[in-house]
Design a protein around this ligand. Structure first.
Ligand code: PLP
Length: 399
């Protein structure tokens, strides 16, 4: 039977480019393992964690489950914007770094990906989004789905993959990810201030992705855009416990929208309250209970023990690349290392070479935007022994 098209779908979806990156990687791995079934792969491609949740979180999750078993402690629907106990806990966490927020400026979410897409509801679709490339692919796709025009700003080795705004840039919304995925580069306070000034001057809003803030070890670098003067009138921060505390499969994030953020007489914090109370029924009580344990002294110590294991992987890898004299950025304050491929070798050629010759899997830089061509990303979330062996094999191959 022929179906008459009664409703027009969102035709912007027809403008999405197929995401071949991780599909191609998995196909190449599959083909390689079919031919070489007894080979072990050293996987440094995917940005997923390998360590389990820490004890403090597991204990709190169990308590949350037990609470749900008793009439007196049972929770039904949770407040849409987050449980007050968790909003306060997160506001305190910011306060310890000198960023003073009211708990009503913190919104609990199911993760940064959800928020990066959903937050676009706050903005008119006729605006332009600026994406600094190489970039986390969701920034682009979420705006294509919304039909928004996208401008790209290419970053490069010369600016350390940390570009500055220029007078001719036109952006209503702009994405800044620091520490960056995929490059691992981190904006200094001075450089971030330039973007804050640009946004305030032009009436833009910065969407600051702080998913990797917990990996920063240099005290001089900002963990939050709100450590920068005047950011509370031009920025929204989106964060996640995925990488910080191993919540990739447990799911919890948070978003900060200052009450002072206004455009065209509209208050974005109030708009987001209206959005959340319409479009969600909150995050599970059990998960919020587990998440609150991340911010206790015990939880902080335990998650940082795990982060140290990932950072140690990075140290092993950086040492190998330093000895080889290969240019890279990241690793020190981020769980990614962004390496320059040898002269004349493309990102995918590098992928094939590493897979076929030394069984190391990484991610071709060209998958994060055209200016990523000739670069390669290594994730430090893998097994320490595998990372050591991968570094050894790379040294042998590229020396
Ligand atoms: N933002 C960046 C830069 C990421 O790399 C990721 C995940 O890899 C996310 C957001 C998504 O995080 P979540 O697991 O909270 O959805």
């Amino acid at each position: 039977m022929e179906i008459k098209a009664m409703i027009t779908p969102n035709m912007n979806y027809a403008n999405l480019k197929d995401s071949y990156l991780f599909y191609n990687i998995s196909q190449k791995i599959k083909a390689y393992l079919e031919k070489n079934p007894d080979k072990h792969l050293y996987r440094m491609g995917i940005g997923d964690v390998s360590l389990p949740l820490c004890d403090a979180v597991i204990k709190a999750l169990h308590e949350g489950v037990n609470d749900q078993a008793e009439k007196e402690s049972f929770h039904g629907y949770m407040p849409e914007c987050g449980a007050p106990f968790l909003r306060e806990t997160i506001a305190d966490y910011y306060g310890r770094r000198g960023v003073f927020l009211s708990s009503e400026e913190v919104f609990v979410s199911s993760g940064a990906s959800d928020e990066l897409g959903d937050i676009l509801d706050l903005f008119d679709r006729s605006g332009t989004a600026l994406v600094i490339e190489p970039a986390y692919p969701a920034y682009v796709d979420a705006n294509v789905m919304a039909g928004r025009k996208i401008e790209f700003l290419a970053s490069n080795k010369e600016n350390g993959f940390l570009p500055e705004p220029t007078e001719d840039l036109k952006a209503d919304l702009l994405y800044i990810c620091s520490p960056n995925n995929p490059t691992g580069a981190v904006f200094s306070r001075e450089k971030l201030k330039k973007w804050v000034d640009y946004a305030n001057k032009n009436g833009s809003v910065i969407l600051f992705d702080a998913a990797y803030e917990a990996f920063i070890e240099d005290d001089s670098l900002p963990h939050s855009i709100f450590e920068i003067e005047d950011a509370k009138t031009c920025a929204i921060e989106i964060c996640s416990l995925s990488k910080t505390a191993g919540f990739t499969g447990t799911r919890l994030g948070y978003t900060v929208i200052p009450k002072t953020l206004e455009r065209n007489g509209m208050n974005l914090n109030a708009m987001w309250v209206r959005n959340r109370t319409t479009k969600t029924n909150g995050v599970s009580y059990i998960i919020q209970k587990g998440a609150s344990a991340v911010f206790t002294p015990e939880g902080q110590e335990q998650i940082h023990n795990n982060i140290r294991i990932y950072k140690n992987n990075a140290k092993v890898f950086m040492k190998a690349l330093d000895e080889l004299g290969i240019w890279y950025c990241g690793g020190k304050n981020a769980p990614y290392i962004w390496m320059k491929c040898p002269e004349g070798v493309s990102s995918w050629e590098m992928f094939d070479k590493l897979l076929n010759e030394i069984q190391v899997v990484g991610t071709p830089g060209s998958g994060f935007g055209a200016c990523g061509e000739g670069y390669f990303r290594f994730s430090m979330f893998g097994d320490p022994e595998d990372t050591k062996e991968a570094a050894k094999r790379i040294t042998e191959l590229l020396k």
